[in-house]
Design a protein around this ligand. Sequence first.
Ligand code: SF4
Length: 610
Amino acid sequence: MAPVNRKIIEVKLRQGTHQTTEISPFLFNEYLGGYGIGVRLLMEKMNPAADALGPENILGFAPGYLTGTGFIGADRYMVFGKSPSTGGWGDANSGGYFGRRMKETGVDVILLSEISNTPVYLYLDESSVQLLDAASLWGMDCYETDDELKRIHGKDCEVACIGPAGENLSMIAGISTDKGRMAARSGLGAVMGSKRVKAIVVKGKKKTTVASPELFREKRQKMAKGLKNNPFAQGLSGRGTAMFYETCVNVGDAPIKNWAGTKADIKAPEAITEEVMETYRSKKYNCSSCVIGCGGHEKVESGPYKTATSVHKAEYESMALTGSNLLNDSAASLIKINDLCNRYGMDTIGCGGLCGYAIESFEKGFITGEHTAGLELTWGDTESIITLVEQIGRGEALGATLMKGFDHAISTFGEETADFAIAVRNEALPAHDPRWSAGLALTYYTDATPARHTQGSTTFPVGGYQQPEMTNDNLSGRAKYHIDNVNLTHALSCLGLCTFCLSIVDYRDVVETLRLADGNDWSEESFNKTGSRISVMRHLFNLKAGIHFKSFKFPERVLGNPPLAEGPTSNVKIDLDLLVNEYLDEVGYDHETLQPSELLLEELNISQFS
Ligand code: SF4
């Protein structure tokens, strides 16, 4: 007995039809849930070279393999498909309650193909699948859509939807759940918009069963107790990710002034601290089965950045990309900007990165008042930053260009602006700086979904993994540890674990729990190999799409070219070629074509996909 129903719903949107099929248990054993099973299915069912916004692209939704079992923090659902932003494999994920509710419908994977003639939403419960008219929802923001669908289908349903950004095919469009949680990266909200699917509504109560319920419960409780006593988990529980902000600014990890500045550029560092953010906290929040509860709601009661209601709090990534990155010292505005992004259905990392690019391009004369409808863009000018975020969300004025991503903006405003685009393959860098920890550069560059700090690295190793201390002074000799962390992170993510849980709980305990969940003879080695299979399959999708990372540039500024003159990361330079060459040797990819070796493909049992 495994924690999945092995049921897949394939919806053909143009025809308005669907069919239910069963997936072989073998595939779940080899790929787990989420984007693991997703990449295996899409490699079989679509041409990776297809237009990401065309009918051939398939957009999939799948909860983690352990989602619904109550296993600590395994609440993620994952969305996947070809990314219109990178032109390669795309996936994104979110916690909250949607993943569990989807599992409770008895369905493990939803696949949407073709393009609907009119706006629709998909309704799914334990006994029905319906495509329903969404004409009246089209144009609504994510909160309005969520409210309206819960009014129609009841408060016990969960909604994943797009806002205006997804409808406008913005490259930073995400998919919203829980009115403020965003599967944000890879631009998959635009894929949903291109298919004219406004939302997916799930409603069900089917229990997820496991192979050894008593032993599973005991193990889960023991791990939950350990998690509650863990100091990092306790910090997250009390303060959330806002607790990282000051430290990351101080050590040179957070982006400052579009990654070209240092703390000395921040006029009022005391204006944004976890204590200040705490004054806005209105409610604590946790994902469905989490014992940490790092989330919360915030409310700005008065002033220019007043929020209409209590809203999901701004997380560290959002705070840094729209705070220090833009020299924005207004704590209340971070909540407002986060709220705007959540309403429009946008990635806050992408939005903050594009704002940094725009301000620097304006400062240096490549973008002018003609492009901005008269808006003066200046570092730290909160008013103009908020207006710019609204322009991007609505696709108006300068936002009409920026929402199409960095590559489009560079082709519009000139190749000279490429230096200000701190992005890999069109995706903005998250708020962790390789000059602070070089391992991140390798992850940002080589993962199939670039520029993500959550895809496994020696900087953020998985819980329980032993590796030597690594500093930027010696970059050599880290490839094996990098690959292990990538593999384990992919496998843990496809179980449904969030980044924090997978970095705190010991992965060997998770493997033991997995044995109790599905009755299979998992070992640390087979678990690592499963993560490797998922990682290499995503890479193969990119090769078949006609891209590989060596044909893309990494932003030189973040490698220390030119180096920062002051601050904790002054004069740091990262030799990315050295990191990449050692990685390619260790992982078994050809240095020119990046084709995996036959031996690796055979070991992973995926030779048929090369
Ligand atoms: S740690 Fe935070 S993000 Fe992770 S499952 Fe718990 S509440 Fe959700």
